[in-house]
Write a protein that binds this ligand. Structure first.
Ligand code: ADP
Ligand code: MN
Length: 175
């Protein structure tokens, strides 16, 4: 049994689905902490260098896990990352997999000036449901939810739904 008094949530999905936007809104509305793994990797140098073709850091997962272990075990973290299978099951209470249609994703990644190889890889990954499968393979099915993130209305509804879940978790875990 977890001893934390606040839940840990992973918000995952292909780059461009809306993870960071969701996390920021959720952090604001719930008081939970937005843990941007991107920032941690950069700031705490949990990487083995820069991949020029993909314009991204080559993550050192062991170093990353060591670096966030204490704060995550305390509870109250919203983890923002495009992978989820590296986090131990015992750390996590809810896994949200955000999904988006191909055209929207294409536009969002294009707006970020993603190199063509990276853009294609991410579009394929979204179509193939890679992150959803990873979440389902790594966590109990009851804690994995899939939410659509095509529109602002959907995002607001998603945030409300997760907030309601947080409220219930707090009720169930207080005594
Ligand atoms: P991620 O962190 O998953 O890469 P972001 O949160 O940075 O995604 O969102 C990428 C872009 O898409 C941002 O410009 C954001 O404003 C926009 N966006 C994300 N989710 C939605 C949504 N549900 N509806 C409309 N625009 C969105
Ligand atoms: Mn992001």
């Amino acid at each position: 049994m977890a001893t934390r008094t606040q839940p840990n949530i992973i918000i995952t999905g292909t780059p461009g689905v809306g993870k960071t936007t969701h996390c920021e809104m959720l952090a604001q509305n719930t008081g939970l902490k937005h843990l941007s793994v991107n920032d941690v990797v950069k700031e705490r140098e949990c990487h083995e260098g820069w991949d020029e073709e993909f314009k991204s850091w080559i993550v050192d997962e062991d170093k990353l896990l060591d670096s966030i272990e204490d704060e995550v075990k305390e509870g109250g973290c919203i983890i923002d990352w495009h992978a989820c299978d590296l986090f131990p099951k015992s750390w996590i209470d809810l896994v949200v997999v955000l999904r988006v249609g191909s055209e929207k994703l294409y536009d969002r990644l294009k707006a970020r000036n993603y190199p063509e190889a990276k853009l294609q890889e991410n579009l394929d990954s979204e179509i193939m449901e890679v992150l959803l499968q990873e979440a389902r393979d790594s966590y109990d099915e009851e804690i994995v939810i899939e939410l659509r993130s095509d529109t602002t209305e959907e995002m607001e509804a998603n945030v409300e739904r997760i907030e309601a879940w947080v409220k219930q978790w707090r009720k169930d875990n207080s005594n």
